[in-house]
Each structure stands twice: as structure tokens, then as C-alpha cells.
Design a protein around this ligand. Sequence first.
Ligand code: ATR
Length: 271
Amino acid sequence: MDRYVVVGNPVAHSLSPRIHARFAAELGERIEYATLEAPPDGFRAAALAFFASGGRGANVTLPFKVEAFELAEHASDRARAAGAANFLARRGDRIEADNTDGAGLVTDLRDNLRVALAGARILLVGAGGAARGVVAPLLAERPRALVIANRDVERAKSLAHRFAAAGPTSATSLDAADGGTYDVVLNATSASTLGEPLPLPDAVFRPGMLAYDLAYGAAAAGFVARAKARGARASDGLGMLVEQAAESYFLWRGRRPATAEVIAGLRAPAP
Ligand code: ATR
């Protein structure tokens, strides 16, 4: 049976094994997909041992996405643009890296939440690894503007500059982020995961727009509630998680699973 893992630390509560089990069942395939917790300084050894033992592919989550990119002998354009990989596959005798996070976000926004990204004014909050991974896929949808807001504004400027050739990027500080009118506001900061408040002006949220947190569940709850209180439509990133998994499954196995029921199943309260 083909073996896959999600490598992270911590990783015990990852939903990826459940998601991939659902995909395999839906497509009538048999795979094994488990969690693999690597020690903070032990990603490389754990990943290499997994592939040496015959493993076919790995998803990679925090804090190892940059190391996963560096480990691979070949990286896709989108992994190179992100400087990070959430996907590894053994192809022949080499390990290849890709990044399916941005594609997962775009698919969830465009196909599941029905947001028109072409021509949209997008505010991307955050300029760390999570933000960097989604800039190029968002720009490929041809928004009218992609404004990057960050607490450290120099980081926002440097990210906007890095992708300037790919589309209409610009930068702003967090406290001035309400200077524009946006169709979509994306939270790609780690503030809520760290249990810290996000000093983003409430005025960025307004009716008719979508506020979206790339995190899901409890980590996204504060951002989602703030946006809804101001009349915006809001979603956490559970759909992005499932869509990046579907893209991973497709890259590994050549078949694309349907996602709607998997997302609905994960949202349903436990029996
Ligand atoms: P990740 O890989 O999750 O993106 P990261 O690269 O450490 O992690 O980036 C974290 C992001 O969250 C950054 O944009 C960071 O802002 P700074 O660049 O100014 O540090 C942002 N962030 C984290 N905690 C925050 C907080 N309390 N308020 C605002 N932004 C925060």
C-alpha cells in the first residue's frame, strides 16, 4: 500500500490523515496516511528516513516548510516563489517539492466561496511565510490590487517589491490598513495562533466583502467574529486546508478528489 505522512511539530491534531482517508475512500483507492512528528532539529533525518523506507509522499506543516523546500532535489515554480514547500513526493530516485497552499486558498475563495478574484481589491494581512506562499497564486487571478499590510511595514514593502513584476502589489502598515476599500481581507498572520490580539482597524471590515482567515477553527474564531460584527461575510481556512490536500492528492496519484462533502463533514459537529 502506498504510504504518506504529514510531518510537523506538533502534528498529533492534524486533520490531514482524516481528509486523505476520505479522499481515498471516495475514489476507491487504498492508501496509508499517518502523522509523523519530527523533533524541532530533526526534520531532515525524519523525512529522509521516511522516504528511504519506501514512503511515497509527505505533506509538511509548521515549522518545517522552509526546510522541506531546502531538502528537495527539485522544486516547482510555486514552491520556489513561496520559498517553502508543504508537499514532497518521491519521483524516481529524487525527492521533489511543491507548494499547494496558495492553490488551496484560491480554489476555496473562487470555487467554494464564489468570490470574484479577477478585478478584486485584496488586502493581505501578514508578511511572513504564510503570506509569502499565497501572493503569486492570488496575483495569477488578476486582482485589481493586492495590498500587503504588516505590523513590521518594512517586511510588507519587501514582500510587495519581490512580487511587483507579477501584479499590482503595494504595502501599508497595519494601523493604516483601513485607508483602502477592499473586496477581500485575508488574515495570514500568526497573531491568533500565538494568542495575541491583531491590531487591525475594524473599519477594514464592511458589508459585501469577504474576510478570510488562513487558519481554521479556534485560531480563526476571533478574526471571523470581528468581521461578522461589522457586517462582513467571513470564513476560516478549513476549505483551504481541504483544497491544498486535494491538490496534493492529485499531484501524488493523478486523480482529483471532490471536496465539498469532506469540508461539510469536518464542519459538522461530532456525533
Ligand atoms: P508564518 O509562517 O505563520 O507566516 P512568520 O513567518 O513568523 O509565521 O510570520 C508571522 C506573521 O504574523 C508576520 O506577518 C507577523 O508580523 P511581523 O512581521 O510584524 O512580526 C505577524 N504577526 C504575528 N504576531 C502578530 C501580532 N500580535 N500582531 C500583528 N501581527 C502579528
